[in-house]
Design a protein around this ligand. Structure first.
Ligand SMILES: [Cu+2]
Length: 324
């Protein structure tokens, strides 16, 4: 019962006005449902206790004395009462809640972020800047964000349970939702629409930062990649751009000729804490294993396994580690 209520993806631990309303709606529906359940169970028990009693036995004046009561039970409790309850819940749910969780007027927001679903990672863009990142987005605290949800392939769904409801990414269409966090912290999100083999490994983190810290982060992300700082890293860059892996046919690194768009933008790879949709931590060991055998971690993903020489792998890792 409590499987959905732990960790950092807890719908019942809201950190925005929108998710608080969703949590409240859940509790109201829960209370009303339990009220209905109690009533029906009570009537059943009542009927069971009175089982075996004979009917009221009509007489000439009133040949069917139980009929009024039957009408009340069937029409009153079976039709009128549920209608009243359901209409009331509909009004609360659809008028009150849908309104606050709806896409905001773009003019009422302070920042736009694009979330683009890919099989199987999230690409985040900050229009008006060159910043592009993957799986880990940053936003300023207490700021109304116009989140534009798009997809590069199939239908995905952007969902950060503690911040707002889900929003689907539909091919050829832009959907929008308000993203707002009232507290600094890290919030976990997840693709919430089955999108293929590695759907479950399509997580994301939302880093909510103080405004000044966010601006510093954004400026860094918008800058081109750091130049390789050692001979090994320079060999790594060369291998990335033209070696046996042809990494640059699928990945972009701004400031180099690498412009691929099949996989995540790696310009500031080293500034991320995780790899591949939060599947593994971004450490030297995991990075190396990912490059040689990504199919081990995410079978079916678009990145093939590479048969790199030890030297090639080491210099690639050196290079990527420098992309702060
Ligand atoms: Cu997905």
């Amino acid at each position: 019962m409590l499987a959905g209520c732990g960790g950092s993806q807890n719908t019942l631990n809201p950190h925005s006005h929108q998710s608080a309303d969703i949590a409240n709606l859940f509790w109201v529906m829960m209370a009303v449902s339990f009220g209905g359940l109690a009533l029906i169970t009570g009537l059943l028990v009542f009927a069971w206790v009175r089982r075996g009693r004979r009917g009221l036995g009509g007489d000439a004046e009133d040949p069917h004395p139980g009929e009024k009561l039957s009408w009340f039970v069937v029409v009153g409790m079976g039709v009128v009462f549920p209608l009243m309850v359901i209409v009331a819940l509909f009004i609360v749910g659809d008028w009150a809640i849908v309104k606050v969780t709806q896409a905001p007027a773009a003019s009422s927001t302070d920042l736009t972020v694009e979330a683009i679903g890919h099989q199987w990672y999230w690409e985040f863009r900050y229009p008006g800047t060159k910043a592009v990142t993957a799986d880990e987005m940053h936003i300023p605290v207490g700021t109304r964000i116009n989140l534009v949800a798009k997809t590069a392939d199939v239908i995905h769904s952007f969902w950060v349970p503690e911040l707002n409801r889900k929003i689907d990414t539909i091919p050829g269409q832009e959907n929008r939702i308000l993203l707002y966090a009232n507290k600094v912290g890290v919030y976990r999100g997840q693709c919430a629409e089955f999108c293929g083999l590695q759907h479950a490994h399509m997580g994301m983190l939302v880093f909510v930062q103080p405004k000044a810290q966010f601006q510093t982060w954004l400026k860094k992300q918008a800058a081109p990649a750091a130049k390789p700082a050692s001979p090994a890293a320079r060999r790594g860059e060369r291998a990335f751009l033209g070696g046996s892996g042809s990494c640059s046919s699928c990945h972009a690194i701004r400031g180099t000729p690498a412009r691929g768009f099949v996989g995540p933008d790696l310009t500031h790879l080293a500034s991320r804490t995780t790899l591949a949709g939060l599947t593994i931590p971004n450490t030297r060991g995991y990075l190396a294993r990912w490059i040689t055998d990504s199919q081990h971690f995410k079978p079916g993903n678009d990145m093939p396994n590479f048969h790199l020489t030890d030297g090639e792998l080491q210099s690639l890792v050196k290079y990527l580690e420098g992309l702060k």
